[in-house]
Design a protein around this ligand. Structure first.
Ligand SMILES: [Zn+2]
Length: 295
């Protein structure tokens, strides 16, 4: 019967539903708005390559550490083996890990960048994610180029056990070295940034930017609430709350992020003056400091 005509098929991926306001939007329109909802401006999660494309000058990106791929060192298995999960995620996402690192320029300023990817196993930090962050920091150190890290993660990757936790120390130490040469380090916190990542390199920025509404913290609000047995304030652990508390320097809309970085880079590392970054610790003449200051 004509009454029960077959439903018109909508090509997969043509439309998408915003997880915040529930409205439907054209995927193409969402992409044009740099993966923000056209209705409520909710900042959707983006993968590493898209993030790099949104921030860097067109055609300037040169990838680093792409030859490193994750391994199932502990032969971890729950319902499925970790190896299978990695293969599936890689095939679905088209990337080999939850971090895309490399060199490029922003408005002509040379930078090294590492972008975490929440869509790849929750942006969790395993050995290769840690190694790519460290590679990016080493590259920034060698070239004296500002380092930019987009941090979004559920924390350490449990399938890599203690090897995953070790990445916290490794990334923190590699990034701390940038101070020796006064190389600017800018962190962009995106939703969500939690666990081991929030407690290591994501917390070390000279400048800490955050996307609107991003959840930022070590343990999640439910865990904290159940532990301390008290209700938490409104907006707890959101970017706006942390701006108010001084943890975040600025909240920047994704569509203004590239311009914001260009402005910061012009201030911290003006073009053509690679040495004109903030004063080096040596230049501050330590003898002027009272000895008690160190204690
Ligand atoms: Zn929306």
């Amino acid at each position: 019967m004509a009454f029960f005509r077959k439903k018109k098929e909508i090509p997969v991926g043509l439309w998408m539903k915003c997880p915040a306001c529930g409205k439907m939007a054209f995927t193409k329109t969402v992409e044009e708005k740099l993966n923000c909802c056209p209705e409520c401006d909710h900042h959707l999660k983006v993968n590493g390559p898209t993030r790099v494309k949104q921030l860097l000058d067109e055609g300037s990106f040169e990838i680093l550490g792409d030859d490193l791929t994750p391994k199932d060192i502990l032969r971890f298995k729950d319902e499925h083996s970790y190896e299978d999960k990695l293969k599936k995620t890689a095939a679905k996402s088209g990337v080999s890990e939850a971090c895309t690192a490399g060199r490029g320029t922003i408005d002509g300023h040379p930078v090294t960048i590492a972008a975490l990817d929440f869509t790849f196993r929750g942006g969790s930090m395993g050995v290769v994610v840690g190694e790519r962050i460290a590679l990016a920091a080493d590259d920034a150190y060698e070239r004296r180029a500002p380092l930019i890290v987009v941090a979004t993660s559920g924390g350490a990757r449990m399938q890599e056990g203690a090897l995953s936790l070790m990445q916290m120390a490794k990334t923190s130490a590699t990034i701390a070295r940038l101070r020796e040469k006064s190389i600017p380090y800018i962190v962009i916190l995106a939703d969500p940034c939690t666990g081991g990542v929030s407690a290591s390199f994501a917390a070390q920025g000279d400048v800490t930017l955050a996307e609107p509404g991003a959840l930022i913290g070590f343990a999640g609000p439910r865990v904290i609430q159940n532990t301390i047995k008290t209700s938490l304030p409104e907006g707890f652990q959101r970017a706006e709350f942390l701006l108010d508390k001084g943890y975040v320097d600025r909240i920047v809309n994704r569509r203004e992020l590239k311009q914001e970085l260009a402005t910061l880079l012009e201030f911290l590392a003006p073009k053509g003056k690679p040495e004109a970054v903030a004063a080096t610790p040596e230049a501050e003449s330590p003898e002027d400091e009272p000895a008690e200051a160190a204690s």
